[in-house]
Design a binder for this molecule. Structure first.
Ligand code: DX5
Ligand code: ZN
Length: 217
């Protein structure tokens, strides 16, 4: 069964605590927090203060996805804020190895993220040092986009690399995930599913979490 990471990008910001408690009690393992800088992606979302405010209200794994240019400058602030996992986009820095080192040295789990147009080849040199790889299944920047099926073969490729080298990172998927699109990803080796609009766009977010889990039994 896949782990579920609701993305609060699609939550109700005015009733955020309620929306977080709902998915926490509903069995979600991670809470996915999208950080957008208006440069790497067109949108602007949250900063480290937001993560700091959420930290005391949940024990869920805080899974912070940085869609930020030159993330190494802001990583320490997210470590201090209480993130459990910090993800950096390989396309956003000339120093992916250094960025991942900064995260790990801060005692936080390190994740590398690849866009749909980026091959797995780009991250091979850092796979030995990551705790999680995020395969973007849409182009980053917005919730509610359509899943791109051509990304599934990259999940399979990563899963094969895990077997060949004895790596034990999680493989996370993000974008357009629902109880249908998750199935092939799970079969290919995905272990964590981010879902924003599918979970928070429903009257009953917990039913949606369960639907994803039941589709990957
Ligand atoms: C997109 C973000 C996602 C987003 C997913 O740039 O990285 O985490 O919240 O939203 P859905 O699940 O609606 O595609
Ligand atoms: Zn995300």
């Amino acid at each position: 069964m896949i782990k579920v990471a609701p993305s609060i990008l699609s939550a109700d910001y005015v009733n955020l605590q309620k929306d977080i408690e709902k998915v926490d009690q509903g069995g979600a393992e991670y809470l996915h927090i999208d950080i957008m800088d208006g440069s790497f992606v067109p949108s602007i979302s949250f900063g480290p203060g937001f993560v700091k405010a959420i930290r005391p209200i949940t024990k869920m794994v805080l899974d912070v996805h940085l869609m930020v240019q030159n993330p190494e400058h802001i990583i320490p602030a997210f470590i201090d804020a209480g993130a459990d996992i910090i993800g950096v986009q390989v396309e956003a820095t000339q120093h992916i190895h250094r960025a991942l080192q900064i995260i790990k040295n801060g005692g936080v789990k390190a994740e590398v993220v690849i866009n749909p147009g980026t091959p797995v080849e780009m991250i091979k040199p850092v796979l030995h040092m990551v705790d999680q790889v995020l395969v973007m299944t849409v182009n980053p920047g917005f919730g509610g986009q359509k899943f791109l099926p051509e990304t599934v073969e990259k999940i399979a490729e990563l899963n094969q690399l895990k077997k060949d080298h004895g790596y034990d990172f999680d493989i996370e998927i993000d974008g357009g995930v629902n109880d249908q699109t998750v199935v092939d990803c799970y079969k290919a080796g995905a272990t964590v599913a981010v879902a924003g609009s599918y979970v928070y766009g429903a009257d009953d977010p917990v039913a949606r979490i369960n639907a994803i889990k039941n589709a990957t039994k």
